[in-house]
Ligand binder design. Structure first.
Ligand code: EPZ
Length: 430
């Protein structure tokens, strides 16, 4: 099993290039099969989740041609099967985007029900509510969602809560329904807008993405397109907090600063200097950091996917901080691991109370999910001594070349898979 070994204490410095947004890419790869013509997708992140989804798309019969690390061609004309294999949904929940894509195109889709994951139960009732509203039948049969329709008809859909996945899945199916669909209480995340822009580049007629009311006028069919995915604002924010936690000076390149506003605001509030340029941001964290209160909210609020990262940074800020998680019910599993590094963090319900300490010390810790893993790496980079992060497969799901990019900023970090390699690292850095 691979793990990261880190020697902390180096302030990160230099430049890092951000890859395409994983959470936009997963939906866009699924939507690409909705035409029988060839789609070229660029700026796709080379991460485990996108690679697994491409396997799932190939497995149902589509032609997938990897042009290079970040470009892929997809042609859905050869799809013979609308049933996605359990092994894929087990590996990545976002395989459920194939529901909206296949239902829209073939009026039939079968995808295993995604289980919960490490941050909460994550039901998909709103997705299914949307499909039913469009006229599809939806049944759970032998652990799989089976949805089909003679015809999909536009509908006026009110989401019971803001859901990125439901907004995107319904938007995909509605693109090829007949008539007009309105999605109320829609998610406004940048990657929802990216998926809408991609579908429109294939000939869909979607307006209002990025607001809480999305209007879709169904079209007969979709056509070929070439599309470049937006930069990943969560990867960008992770590096911004790594700069803050190590008191460094990092230029994060290939970003859309507007997508980072909530993160930038919090970094400035805790005492960092953030300089914004056209497609990059520079984070300078010279002295002590200050405490803050932060509550995760749907976009444009503070992102839940950046919650563990700010908590790891606040662990060595001066004063008592409060982090409230309002999106997922179980997203503080990393807290016990941070405590093993000397953090003073107490979780009560959906709130973490963090009393800043002078210094963290390296320890052996384990990643429970993607962003928690990234937060433990941030803590390890800031800590005194050696940290070993186990279960990094979670981190590799969403961060392209994470340790390579961190080494480029002066971090002492290596990916290892044996105790012997850990000993070698210890000798080298001691
Ligand atoms: C997407 O998950 C992201 N994943 C998550 O990122 C992100 O944390 C989340 O949006 C919120 O921004 C992908 O895009 C692949 P939701 P999603 O539907 O769509 C509840 C990461 O680290 N809900 O917006 O599953 C749900 O339980 C991942 O990259 C229902 O109750 O999130 C949650 O409490 C983690 N019923 C809330 O809504 C539904 O039908 C928001 O979930 C759907 C959601």
């Amino acid at each position: 099993m691979e793990r990261y070994v880190i020697k902390g204490g180096n302030p990160l410095a230099g430049e890092v290039e951000i890859a395409g947004a994983k959470n936009a890419a997963l939906a866009i790869l699924a939507a690409a099969i909705m035409t029988d013509e060839t789609v070229l997708i660029e700026n796709m992140p080379d991460v485990r989740d996108t690679n697994v989804l491409l396997e799932a798309i190939q497995e149902i019969g589509a032609i997938v041609e990897r042009v290079d690390k970040s470009r892929v061609k997809i042609n859905g004309s050869t799809i013979t099967n609308v049933s996605v294999d359990y092994e894929f949904i087990k590996k990545i929940r976002a395989s459920y985007y194939l529901l909206g894509a296949l239902l829209g195109k073939y009026k039939h889709a079968e995808v295993p029900l995604p289980g919960g994951c490490n941050i909460g139960s994550r039901p998909i009732d709103q997705h299914l509510k949307g499909f039913r509203a469009l006229g599809a039948s939806v049944e759970i049969r032998h652990g799989a969602i089976v949805t089909q329709a003679e015809k999909l008809r536009g509908s006026h859909i009110f989401l019971d809560m803001v859901s990125v996945g439901a907004t995107i899945n319904i938007m995909m199916a509605a693109s090829l329904a007949s008539g007009r669909t309105i999605i109320e209480n829609a998610a406004r995340e940048p990657h929802v807008v990216d998926v809408a822009n991609f579908l429109n580049s294939m000939g869909a007629n979607i307006k209002g993405a990025g607001t809480d009311v999305i209007r879709i006028k169904g079209v007969e069919k979709l056509h070929k397109a070439e599309y470049s995915i937006i930069p990943d604002q969560i990867e960008a924010g992770t590096f911004m907090f790594a700069a803050a936690a190590t008191r460094g000076d990092v230029l994060v390149k290939n970003v859309i600063p507007k997508h980072l506003e909530a993160t930038t605001a919090k970094l400035e509030e805790i005492g960092c200097e953030v300089k914004e340029f056209d497609d990059s941001v520079r984070v300078i964290a010279a002295g002590n950091l200050r405490r803050t209160h932060v509550k995760t909210l749907p976009y444009p609020g503070y992102p839940t996917d950046m919650q563990p990262q700010i908590a790891a940074t606040l662990a060595t800020a001066t004063g008592t901080s409060i982090v409230t998680e309002s999106i997922f019910e179980n997203r503080f599993k990393y807290a016990d691991e941070l405590s093993r590094m000397g953090a003073n963090i107490k979780v009560e319900g959906n709130t973490a109370i963090i009393d800043g300490v002078g210094r963290l010390t390296g320890a052996r810790v384990s990643a429970s999910d993607l962003r928690a893993g990234a937060a433990l790496v941030i803590a390890g980079l800031a800590a005194e001594g050696i940290t070993i992060v186990d279960d990094i497969v979670y981190i590799q799901r969403g961060y392209e070349d994470f340790e390579v990019k961190l080494r480029g900023l002066g971090a002492e970090i290596e990916k290892v898979s044996s105790e012997k390699e850990i000993q070698k690292f210890r000798l080298r850095v001691s």
